[in-house]
Design a protein. Structure first.
Length: 357
């Protein structure tokens, strides 16, 4: 009587393979746990490496520059283009919230005026006293985190450039090690590399450019209609514009309500129409021109990525979070291609769902 294949014992080769994979996973978890502080630095270094990769190869292989000179020049360029503007932005935010008591008094007055205005015009108590207290408490908590994370961000940036120097100074060896370490088909390794490059550039360049474009339009509106602290609002608008669906409305709508609550209804309405209409047009133009050329990232990837990224990495998670979610989805596709023989799933059209007999 023939023995069923399902009853065959697991071969020694498979047992060794499972044991080795188990050891590798445990070692990676130990490394990640003990070096968790430097994970944002590593992600930042890889992000900048991908963005500047072709310029680095051009300097080294076409112009025959010394690798260390090319690396230092690229690092200096990224500092001028990225770090210095972020430093002045952070400095401005720090100055605004350094005096916590004065800041919270202004914020409380801001919320109180909006509540009174909405209740007067609609006779609906949308912002209850309990909700306002929660908002004030949340704002104070966020302010404290922002101030306490300054030193941590400086450490992350310093470590990021330390790692980036070694990636840029020997790029071929780094890429060779990554390719050799990947236990996948060559076609899938190439596909992963191309996809990750596009996703990183779309997140690291495309989304911030779109957000800043929207914020610049909003800044014009803030200046025209006399919004308080327009340059601070510009920074906050640029940050919130990265969030899909709600975007810059998180800042524009409360500021418009505040202007109306101050008695300047025309300015409040004008600011809302200007920022939401013209800003929305700017957002759509940039998305359909710039982002379509880079990589079309699903909005849900961005939403969940931002939530996860902020919890894991703080402010820098706005960029890294969506990348990690997109990479996770990509690896599922690769797994399916590597280890299953199924064809592409068939999408059933609504008209084909049932046929009458």
């Amino acid at each position: 009587m023939k023995q069923d294949n399902n009853d065959q014992p697991i071969s020694n080769i498979k047992l060794k393979q499972i044991a080795l994979l188990f050891i590798i996973v445990i070692l990676f978890l130990l490394i990640a746990y003990n070096l968790a502080t430097f994970i944002p630095s590593l992600l930042g270094a890889i992000t900048l490496y991908i963005v500047t990769r072709r310029y680095n190869f051009y300097l080294i292989e076409k112009l025959k520059w010394k690798p260390w000179i090319s690396a230092l020049l690229i690092i200096l360029g990224t500092i001028v283009l990225i770090v210095i503007p972020l430093y002045f932005t952070g400095h401005m935010l720090y100055d605004k919230i350094a005096n916590a008591q004065s800041y919270m008094d202004k914020f409380s007055d801001f919320l109180d005026k909006i509540q009174v205005y909405i209740q007067k015009e609609t006779h609906i108590d949308i912002l209850s006293v309990e909700n306002i207290d929660k908002l004030k408490e949340l704002a104070g908590h966020v302010s404290t985190i922002a101030l306490s994370s300054t030193v941590n961000i400086l450490t992350i940036v310093a470590a990021m450039y330390f790692l980036l120097y070694f990636l840029l100074s020997n790029p071929r060896r780094f890429e060779y090690m990554m390719i050799k370490a990947a236990p996948l088909k060559k076609g899938n390794v190439k596909m992963i590399g191309d996809k990750i490059s596009k996703m990183v550039i779309a997140n690291a360049i495309g989304i911030p450019v779109v957000s800043v474009g929207q914020a610049l339009v909003s800044l014009i509106g803030y200046l025209i209609f006399g919004a308080p602290s327009p340059f601070l609002l510009f920074v906050l608008t640029a940050l919130t514009a990265m969030i899909p669906v709600v975007g810059s409305a998180v800042i524009v709508v409360p500021v418009s309500l505040f202007l109306a609550a101050e008695g300047d209804v025309y300015s409040g309405v004008g600011l809302a129409l200007f920022c939401l209409c013209i800003g929305g047009v700017t957002d759509n133009i940039l998305r359909f021109t710039l982002l379509k050329r880079l990589e079309n990232i699903h909005p849900l990837n961005t939403v969940f990525g931002i939530i996860m990224g902020i919890n894991l990495f703080g402010f820098m998670g706005l960029i890294f979070g969506p990348i990690l979610v997109s990479v996770a989805v990509l690896l599922i596709e690769v797994y399916r291609d590597e280890f299953t023989d199924d064809d592409e799933p068939e999408i059933i059209e609504p008209n084909d769902s049932t046929q009458s007999e």
